[in-house]
Design a binder for this molecule. Structure first.
Ligand code: ADP
Ligand code: MG
Length: 488
C-alpha cells in the first residue's frame, strides 16, 4: 500500500518546517500540532527519553500530569509501542485484541489511537501518542504509514535540535572559560603576595559578600573589582563603578540613591540612582573613605537592609546589589580619627583584600615589564627583543610610588622613545628623589599634581584653605590628597 499524494505533500511541507525550528520545546509542540491536524484528532502528547525515563514533553488537550494515569489514556497502547518499537493503530479500540480489556479504553470510550515510536537508528527516543473520541478522526492504515514517515522526520529534527542545544551549552561553557582565563590573564603577578591575593579573590567569585579592596593608588584595585564581577555569579549583570572622591559632596546622595521628581530644584523627573542601576549586579564604590559622614549612615542601612530610599521619597526600594569598596587610605586610622564610621567600616570589611604595593613584590616587575612591553609594542607596531640588563635593573630597583599605573606609563613612554632592538636605560625615565622637582615628560598626572600641591602648600605656609583656592579645587580634595600622598 503506498502513501497517498495528500500525505506525501504534507510530509514534504512538514520536513521543511520542523527542520527550521531550533528551540526544542517549540519543535515538540509543532510536531504534535501537525500530527493532530493531519489526522483530525483532538488530543495527544509526546514522551521523550531522558535520564529519568520517558517523560511527557508536549501535550494538547491532555493534562500532562494525567498522562501517567491509566484511566485517562491508553497506557497499554504506549507500553506496547515501547516494547515492540512499532507503531500501533486502532480505529475501533473495542476490536483490537492486543488492547483487549484495557480499562482506560473502556472508561473513556476512546474510539481510535495512533501511537508511533520516535526512532533514531533503531533506538527509541520517544513516543507520539494521539487519540480521538470521535469517529471523524482519519485514523486508518494509510495514516499509520504517514505517521511512521512523519515520526522519522520528527526524530531527526528533535535530534538535531538536541545536538544544537548541546553545542550551544558547550559554547557557553567555553565562552565563560575563555572569559575567566582572559580576565585573570590581564592581571599579572606571580609573587607570593600576589598569589595570596589571587587565592582570596578566587574565594569571593561564587558568593556576593561585600569585599573591601585596600592598597595604594595604582596597585590594581579597580582591575580586581572588575575581575571579581566578570568572573563571578553576576557577570552578565551590570558592573557600575563610582568614584566617591570625584562626585561633589552635595551630589553624592542623589547620584547613588536617585531622586523623586520635585525633590529639589532641577529634579524635573524621577531619576534612578547608581545603586539601583546596578541591581542584580555589582556596585564598585571606589575611594569609599570620601563618603561624607551623613551618607555613611545611609550606606550602612543599604548594606544591612538591602534597601535604598531615593532623595525626596519615603518609599524604600529593594535592591539586590553586590558591593565592592576600595580605598587607598588606612580606613582604621580614618575610624580612629573620627572621619569614618566604625559600624560602616566593620560592615564593609567582611572580606578585606589588601593589594601590596609594587615595591613589596619586586619579583613581579620583570613579568609586568614584559606584559606592558607586549601591550605597547602591539599598539605602536614596533618590535623589541626585550630590555637590556641595566634597564631591567633600574626598573626593579625603583621605588614606584605610583605603583603599576606609573610603571605602565614609564614602559609606554620607553616603547615610544626607543630606537634600538632592546629597551635601554636611556629609554626609561624615572624621577629620582632629590632631583630638582619639575614637570617632565614621562611623569604621571598624579606625580605632577603631587608636585604642584607640595609647592603650593610650601608657598602658602601649609594653609590648606588658601592652597585649595589657589589650585581651584575643593578643600576636601586638598585634605584627601595630603593624606593619600603623606604630605605634612
Ligand atoms: N597586576 C596587574 N597586572 C597588569 N596590569 C595591572 C595590574 N595592576 C594594575 N594594573 C594596571 O594598572 C593601572 C592601575 O590599576 P587600577 O586598578 O586603576 O588601580 P587602583 O584602582 O588601585 O588605583 C590600570 O591600567 C591597570 O590595568
Ligand atoms: Mg583606582
Amino acid at each position: 500500500m503506498s502513501i497517498p499524494e495528500q500525505y506525501l505533500q504534507a510530509l514534504l511541507e512538514i520536513s521543511g518546517e520542523i527542520n527550521s525550528i531550533q528551540d526544542p520545546d517549540e519543535l515538540l509542540n509543532r510536531i504534535l500540532d501537525i500530527a493532530l491536524q493531519q489526522l483530525s484528532a483532538e488530543r495527544g502528547f509526546i514522551l521523550l527519553k531522558s535520564d529519568e525515563g520517558l517523560l511527557p514533553r508536549a501535550a494538547k488537550n491532555i493534562d500532562p500530569e494525567k498522562i501517567s494515569d491509566i484511566s485517562e489514556i491508553s497506557s497499554t497502547a504506549i507500553e506496547t509501542v515501547i516494547e515492540k518499537k512499532q507503531a500501533l493503530l486502532t480505529f475501533d479500540t473495542a476490536e483490537n485484541e492486543e488492547l483487549d480489556g484495557a480499562p482506560s479504553i473502556m472508561l473513556n470510550k476512546i474510539s481510535s489511537i495512533a501511537c508511533v515510536p520516535l526512532l533514531l537508528k533503531g533506538r527509541l527516543i520517544g513516543v507520539i501518542y494521539i487519540d480521538s473520541q470521535s469517529h471523524t478522526a482519519k485514523l486508518n492504515h494509510q495514516s499509520l504509514k504517514f505517521m511512521n514517515a512523519f515520526a522519522n522526520q520528527a526524530a531527526i529534527a528533535l535530534e538535531n535540535s538536541r545536538l544544537l542545544e548541546n553545542l550551544r551549552q558547550e559554547n557557553n561553557i567555553l565562552k565563560e572559560e575563555f572569559h575567566r582565563i582572559y580576565a585573570f590573564k590581564e592581571i599579572v603577578g606571580k609573587s607570593k603576595s600576589m598569589s595570596q591575593v589571587f587565592s582570596m579573590v578566587g574565594k569571593v567569585l561564587n558568593n556576593i559578600s561585600t569585599v573591601l579592596l585596600t592598597g595604594e593608588t595604582g596597585t590594581g584595585k579597580e582591575l580586581f573589582a572588575r575581575a571579581i564581577h566578570y568572573n563571578g555569579l553576576r557577570h552578565d549583570r551590570p558592573f557600575v563603578a563610582v568614584n566617591c572622591a570625584a562626585i561633589p559632596e552635595k551630589l553624592i546622595e542623589s547620584e547613588l540613591y536617585g531622586y523623586k521628581k520635585g525633590a529639589f530644584t532641577g529634579a524635573v523627573t524621577d531619576k534612578k540612582g547608581l545603586i539601583e542601576s546596578a541591581d542584580g549586579g555589582t556596585i564598585f564604590l571606589d575611594e569609599i573613605a570620601e563618603i561624607p559622614p551623613a551618607l555613611q549612615v545611609k550606606l550602612l542601612r543599604f548594606l544591612q537592609e538591602k534597601e535604598i530610599q531615593p532623595v525626596g521619597s519615603n518609599q524604600p526600594v529593594n535592591v539586590d546589589v553586590r558591593v565592592i569598596a576600595a580605598t587607598n587610605l588606612d580606613l582604621e586610622l580614618e575610624v580612629q580619627e573620627g572621619r569614618f564610621r566604625e559600624d560602616l567600616y566593620y560592615r564593609l570589611q567582611v572580606i578585606p583584600i589588601h593589594i601590596p604595593p609594587l615595591r613589596e613584590r619586586r619579583s613581579d616587575i620583570p613579568l609586568l615589564a614584559q606584559h606592558f612591553l607586549n601591550k605597547y609594542s602591539e599598539a605602536t607596531g614596533k618590535h623589541f627583543l626585550g630590555f637590556t640588563e641595566t634597564a631591567m635593573d633600574q626598573l626593579v630597583e625603583y621605588p614606584w610610588p605610583g605603583n603599576i599605573r606609573q610603571f605602565e606609563n614609564v614602559i609606554e613612554r620607553a616603547v615610544v622613545m626607543a630606537t634600538q632592538s632592546f629597551i635601554t636605560e636611556e629609554d626609561i625615565i624615572l624621577r629620582r628623589k632629590g632631583k630638582a622637582q619639575g614637570i617632565e615628560a614621562g611623569m604621571t598626572m598624579d606625580e605632577m599634581q603631587r608636585i604642584l600641591l607640595e609647592k603650593t602648600l610650601q608657598a602658602l605656609d601649609g594653609n590648606k584653605t588658601h592652597a585649595a583656592n589657589t589650585l581651584g579645587v575643593s578643600l576636601s580634595w586638598v585634605h584627601y590628597k595630603c593624606r593619600e600622598w603623606g604630605i605634612r
